[in-house]
Structures are given as C-alpha cells and as structure tokens.
Design a protein around this ligand. Structure first.
Ligand code: ATP
Length: 374
C-alpha cells in the first residue's frame, strides 16, 4: 500500500488544486494513502501538522479554485543537504514512500536530488539514531518521485502545455480586450507587458488571440527582416504598426514578454517600446503591466481537464515506479498524456536558455518543442 505525499511548489498556477484532487482520489481508489504536504518543500522540512493524511472529502470543491489551497513556497533549506535530511526524517516518520510534485523545473530538480540522495540520507538517520531500522525497513531502497508541471509560463520542454498556462492566457486576453476598447475610443497605443519569464508562449499566444500589432518575444528577437533593418527593431516595429494605422486601425496593441530581448540579447522594456511609438509615429501611448492578475482566478476548463488526466497518470506512474527507472515527468504531446524522464525534460529546458544566450534562436525554438511521441 503506497503512501503518497502530494505537494505544490514554486510559483502557483491555476489547476494545481485540480491535480491535488485527482491525485488524492485516484490514490484512494487504487488502495494507496494520500498525504497533503502544505507549503511546498517547506512543509516537508518542517513536518508536524504540515503533513496531513487526506481523504476523499478533503479535496471537495477543489476543481474550480485558483492557486493552490495546500500552499506553495520557495524553500531555501531544501536546497541544502541538511534541509533534505529533515525532509527525509519527516517522510520516514509518516511512512511516505512516494512523492508527487506539482511545480516548475526547480521543484522537479529538487525532487530528483532528494531521490538520488535518498539511501544515504536514510542511512545517516539510522546511524545517528534519529529513526529506527524498523521504521524505514520498507522505505530504505527507494523513494518514488513523479513530477507534474504547474507553471503559467509553459516553459518546460518535452511537454506541449503546463498546468495553469491556458488560464493565464485567458486572463491576459480578457485584460487586453478591455484595453482595446479604450485604445480604440482614444486612438491610443497600448504596450502590454505579460509574464512568462524567458518563455514567449504567453505573449505569442495572446498576440494571436487578441490580434496584436506586434509581439516582442525572447525566442525570436526582432528585427525579423535583418537585411532591411540591421539591428533597428524599433524602425521595423514602427513601420508595421504605422502600416496598420494607414489602413484605418484606430488602436495599436503591442505585447512585450517580460523576457523580451533584441538580437544582441539586450532586454526590450515596455517604456522603450512606448518611446519608439511616440517618437516615430506620434502615438499617444500607455504602458500596462498586467502583473499578478495573470496568475490567478478560477482555472479554465482545459486546465481542470489537464490537471485531472495528468493526476490520474501520476498515480499510475507511482505504482509503475521501480528503483531502476528514472523519475518521470507527466506531460502532454499531441493531445496524449506522456511520461518522460524528468531530468531529460529539465535539461532540455535549460538548454533553451543556453541556445538563446548563444543567439541560436532557431535551436531555442526547436528545443522548446521536441517530438516526444516517437
Ligand atoms: P517556477 O517555474 O514557478 O519558478 P520552480 O519549481 O522552478 O517553479 P523554484 O523556485 O526554482 O521554482 O523551485 C521551487 C523550490 O524547489 C525551491 O524553493 C527549492 O525549495 C526547491 N529547489 C529548486 N531547485 C532546487 C535544487 N537545485 N536543489 C534542491 N531544491 C531545489
């Protein structure tokens, strides 16, 4: 009978609750005992009432609630071996032999490190008398780890979509639609900064969905027509925005991802974009930083679905797990739930940043979306 700890970690995202609900209920159906670990890895390090056995009723009403009800945190102690030793102690005391982590690449890396150190940590606790051999007899060999990706950024390679990204996209579209009506009335330009860190997915998808004039992305820095514009992305943008105005548009919407850069890797900031629009086109321009409204609110239907089907697969992956198989990350590819080695996905994700830093933008885009179905 597996005892499965569930935690949400890193930045919150809508749909995390739906995954906690699915993991809890499928675990119960499959004869396992689920435990909620509150406040991410902090709860694992602190133990006590931050680790609570969950029943069917504990997750009632979770589907429609945004964020994560069991809490999340950035936990510095877990980055140290001492912190992970405390976490191991608390896992042993609760008899937990599997962990499902819903978080970003950092959270999944932390879990993989814990698993790699597991036997050594258990041995140390036994040797120093903090736990007895009997307490950890069935836990000694391995800690099963499964990762789900909860992130609004959709920045994890090896999966098409992450839990929370589509809800965030909806929030952005609603906000930009509101800005569009005022922009239209006053013939203004709006420069809208969106989240996503070093990933342009939110910006690109929002740009398509709201019909933006221009989008500044990290993975495909302007100017796009280098032959004509050299390094002058501002002129390229002004030409395109100006062209739409000539065609009769009364508003201009420019989306700037928070990680947007130019071809020399220099960050593109919304105020700089505003200045270009004012100086080159004389447009009355306002900057709007959407900020944390993008993170929150009730998850959209897709995120509830995504979190639920992945939660089901997470429990199956725990039950399949063996000591010799690498910890899996549950993802999506071509509308199918997939399971890939977690650290392969993390490494691919990091190699996107490396490719961008080498200005190999084509490779960066390919690495964001490798084909994992074959
Ligand atoms: P997001 O994408 O929202 O930032 P994330 O999971 O990448 O999510 P991080 O802050 O990087 O967010 O990681 C969350 C927590 O995971 C950290 O506070 C820390 O406790 C743990 N963690 C991250 N990286 C490591 C690591 N290399 N070793 C051990 N623990 C780690």
């Amino acid at each position: 009978q597996k005892r499965i700890g569930i935690l949400t970690s890193g930045g919150d995202s809508s749909g995390m609750n739906a995954s906690v609900r699915a993991i809890t209920r499928v675990a119960l159906q499959r004869g396992c005992i689920p435990f909620a670990i509150y406040e991410g890895y902090q709860g694992l390090v602190d133990g006590g009432d931050k680790i609570k056995q969950f029943g069917w009723e504990n997750v009632r009403g979770y589907l429609a609630v945004g964020g994560t009800t069991i809490g999340t945190a950035r936990c510095v102690p877990f980055r140290t071996r001492e912190g992970r030793l405390k976490a191991t102690y608390n896992l042993i005391k609760n008899g937990i032999d599997a962990l499902v982590i819903v978080g970003g690449d950092g959270s999944l890396t932390g879990a993989d490190i814990l698993r790699a150190e597991w036997t050594g940590l258990v041995d140390e606790l036994v040797a120093t008398g903090r736990v007895t051999k009997a307490e950890c007899a069935h836990l000694r060999e391995d800690l099963a780890i499964v990762g789900l990706v909860g992130s609004i950024d959709n920045d994890m390679s090896a999966t098409d979509i992450t839990i929370g990204a589509v809800t965030s996209l909806h929030r952005i579209c609603e906000s930009v639609d509101s800005l569009t009506s005022t922009a239209q009335s006053h013939q203004r330009a709006f420069v809208v900064e969106v989240m996503g860190r070093h990933c342009g997915w939110l910006g690109l998808m929002a740009g398509i969905a709201v019909g933006a004039d221009w989008v500044c992305l990290p993975e495909r820095p302007p100017p796009l027509n280098q032959e004509k514009y050299g390094d002058d992305w501002g002129q390229e943008m002004a030409d395109i925005v100006g062209q739409y105005r000539t065609m009769g548009s009364r508003k201009s919407i420019i989306i700037v991802c928070e990680g947007a850069i130019d071809r020399n890797l220099k960050p593109i900031k919304p105020d700089e974009v505003k200045k270009v629009l004012e100086d080159k086109l004389g447009l009355d321009t306002r900057v709007t930083t959407l900020g944390h409204v993008q993170r929150g609110g009730s998850p959209c239907a897709f995120d509830r679905y995504l979190a639920t089907v992945q939660g089901v697969e997470a429990v199956e992956a725990v039950l399949r797990s063996t000591r010799d198989t690498p910890a899996p990350m549950i993802g999506m590819s071509q509308n199918m739930v997939i399971s890939v080695p977690l650290m392969d996905a993390v490494k691919l994700t990091h190699s996107v940043a490396e490719a961008i830093s080498r200005r190999d933008f084509k490779l960066a885009m390919d690495l964001r979306d490798p084909d994992f179905t074959s």
